[in-house]
Design a protein. Sequence first.
Length: 69
Amino acid sequence: MCEVSEKIYREGIEDGRISGSKEGWLESQKETAKNLFDMGMSADTIAQALKVSVKLVQEWLSGSTSPAR
């Protein structure tokens, strides 16, 4: 593999790792929000604990799949 191709390949691998890591973090946050809600915590308190917007927590709790903050 030539140097340019190898560099592009390595950058692609790294981009994939970063993307996968962010996706995993988001899924973990969603699951935590749902668990805390089931334990009786309010969406406001969950948002504060997870350091995300209340709107995002409400989307997660309603089952919305929008990853936007």
